[in-house]
Design a binder for this molecule. Structure first.
Ligand SMILES: *Cc1c(COP(=O)(O)O)cnc(C)c1O
Length: 362
């Protein structure tokens, strides 16, 4: 059976490393997207066992899951604005900290809290470049008014989310400066900002000076960053050899016959395909000409270096041949000894796993 195996030990190692780098600044673990594929609840439980009990979510369901499973007092921050009344009621029932990203949302939450004779705990979102939720740094009047006029909001924090921290240091520093300017204007106006936070994983790892009062980490916990770090990827897909075939020279495998055997070849058929997340990646953004060029260049590099995809069978790296199918792939095992049922290890991001069982192992 296909299983996505997560190593507790490596996860704990990453958490220790991140805590060390946080140097006392609280870590808010982001468990959106079902804990980046690791399972929101088991991930949260492991984090809690390792001293992290602040969480960020994007769905009501994730908050419910935590509250229903013993996380009664954990702080949970909703990372996006919510405007649906029913959802807001549910979030307030669950004691979730809401995000206020516009004057309209703020008024809505304030009115709803008033109806409930309640105070809604919120963090304010500032838009320093992402352009989704949040007040622009030029909208300071509105931000100040939130503190002064909306009596049913308890503003416990303020944050921004960088759009280019993984790639553009100069832009990120500029965005940080704008965010800091918002904070100092609020302080100058005599307002209490609460927890100030801006770092996602990339910014956290690159810019210790931006850690402020808290950091929001997701992908770093999984050890999957687009640049070199001391973190380790925490999981892999485990499958097994389903069938073995020897095909003659000139025979092909897979759709499109994109590969043909240059010699008599022994093929191991493995029941893992793109449906399960194998070789699936986030589509590069092709909106800008420079991204198209970059993508074409990287494809060309792949062709010149004849980059292949490998899996591991019985401890040996073996090349995948032919097109990866929806549910299967073929592996050239001419050079190794293997039999049906042998273990196959496939490296892939848990974020993309689908239709496989997720297990935590030592
Ligand atoms: C997803 C998300 C994060 C975490 O991002 P990583 O790069 O995975 O650490 C932090 N903040 C916000 C607002 C997010 O949406």
């Amino acid at each position: 059976m296909n299983t996505y195996v997560i190593s507790r030990e490596l996860l704990e190692q990453n958490i220790r490393q991140l805590k060390k780098q946080a140097n006392g600044v609280p870590i808010w673990a982001v468990i959106k997207g079902d804990g980046y594929g690791l399972g929101a609840l088991p991930l949260a439980e492991l984090l809690a066992d390792n001293g992290i009990e602040r969480f960020c979510v994007t769905e009501v369901r994730e908050a419910e899951l935590l509250r229903e499973n013993g996380f009664r007092d954990a702080q949970i921050l909703m990372l996006r604005s919510v405007s649906d009344r029913e959802t807001l009621h549910r979030l307030l029932d669950l004691g979730v900290i809401l995000t206020v990203g516009s004057w309209e949302t703020a008024q809505m939450i304030d009115a709803l809290a008033r109806e409930r004779a309640d105070i809604a705990e919120v963090h304010i979102k500032i838009d320093t470049g992402m352009g989704r939720y949040g007040f622009l740094p030029s909208e300071m009047e509105q931000v100040v008014a939130l503190y002064r006029e909306l009596k049913h909001l308890a503003i416990g924090g303020i944050y921004t989310h960088f759009n280019c921290a993984f790639a553009d240091d100069r832009l990120t520093k500029q965005e940080f400066a704008e965010f800091q300017s918002v904070i100092s204007q609020l302080r100058a106006a005599g307002l209490e900002t609460g927890i100030v936070h801006c770092c996602n994983s990339s910014a956290f790892l690159k810019f210790p000076e931006m850690h402020c009062d808290g950091v929001r980490l997701g992908s770093a916990i999984l050890g999957r960053m687009p640049f070199r770090t001391k973190l380790r990827p925490v999981g892999y897909l485990e499958s097994e050899v389903e069938e073995l075939h020897t095909v003659p020279k000139g025979h092909s495998t897979g759709y499109g016959a994109v590969w043909t055997a240059k010699r008599e070849t022994r093929l191991a058929i493995v029941p893992v395909g793109w449906y399960h997340g194998f070789r699936v990646s986030c589509q590069p953004d092709m909106t800008r000409v420079r991204d198209c060029l970059r993508s074409a260049f990287s494809a060309l590099k792949g062709i010149l270096r004849r980059q292949r995809t490998y899996v591991e069978i019985n401890g040996t790296r073996c090349p995948v041949v032919g097109a990866i199918g929806m549910l299967h792939c073929a592996v050239d095992v001419t050079e190794i000894t293997c039999k049906t049922g042998d273990r196959v290890i496939v490296q892939m991001n848990p974020l993309h796993q689908k239709g496989v069982k997720v297990v935590y192992r030592k």
